[in-house]
Design a protein around this ligand. Sequence first.
Ligand SMILES: Nc1nc2c(ncn2[C@@H]2O[C@H](COP(=O)(O)OP(=O)(O)OP(=O)(O)O)[C@@H](O)[C@H]2O)c(=O)[nH]1
Ligand SMILES: [Mg+2]
Ligand SMILES: [Zn+2]
Length: 302
Amino acid sequence: MVPDQLDMMPMVTAVFGEVVEVRRVGSDPVLAFQTRNVGTAVVGDRVQIEKVPGDANEVSLRISELHERERCLWRSSRRRRSQLVAANVDRLAIIMAIDPPPRTGLIDRYLLATEVESITAVIMLNKIDLPGAGPILDELAVYRDLGYEVLPVSAVTGEGIAQVEATLSTGLTVLVGHSGVGKTTLLNLVVPGLTLLTRELSSATGKGRHTTSAVTAHPWRDGMIADTPGIREFGLVGIEPERVAVGFREIAAREGNCRFADCSHREEPGCAIKEAVDIGDIDRRRYESFLRIRESLEAGER
Ligand SMILES: Nc1nc2c(ncn2[C@@H]2O[C@H](COP(=O)(O)OP(=O)(O)OP(=O)(O)O)[C@@H](O)[C@H]2O)c(=O)[nH]1
Ligand SMILES: [Mg+2]
Ligand SMILES: [Zn+2]
């Protein structure tokens, strides 16, 4: 459940190495030094700040306390084994686009990460001004059937933006997805006066410049919205293979009906999950995605 109001405790909204930006809803941001014995802050961290004792003219601030984290968004990749992207996340906005096209397997991974941490998830399909939106929305219908909000939007025509503004108006939302789907463009459109650099395509190289390189959070109505760098892969962190069903509502809801309590939903007789797939009550692609993620975790993805 996303709270209506963020608490008044200062929140880390950007991290620049030794210095972090901290703000409360309704106040201007301040800069504060990290303190080694307190731990390394990430966006979303709730902190206490204090004046650095010393020269009376100095108004340096530092973090004196880092509060316990809840609802963490972790990820790993080939380059970095595991990384805390943001803490105290209320909502994950999974941004897909017509181009680059969605990868449903990536959506399933994000949904697993949110269900495990009790983070609310919404799915946005951006760039619906481009041709090909119809079939992609059909493909995403399975998520709506599962109870997730699916918002078709276009940052170019403005279609669906009012709904995005309303949906993201409370709590800390983190925008995630592939590079180039339009996360920063959407955020600039929602938050008045925000002018984060977005990716312009260079006609010479066809490669994007100004892709987002850091996590930064920005106030919007009663909440905050954080932009993140686009990802190529979303490696799961700290999830045991046995828990993958937590991320698949349609599987979790039927697990108790399998003949064997420890059913892996692969070859066992009396498997309620396979039966539901066979009669079309569970989407076959989602079931295969479930098996794939589980196998990947069993093979040692961390
Ligand atoms: N046609 C169309 N283009 C869009 C739309 N939204 C964004 N774009 C374009 O998509 C490109 C990428 O946009 P960004 O906002 O930089 O994408 P991003 O997801 O922030 O990318 P990273 O920062 O690399 O993760 C830019 O050229 C935008 O102008 C849209 O709704 N329709
Ligand atoms: Mg960006
Ligand atoms: Zn089973």
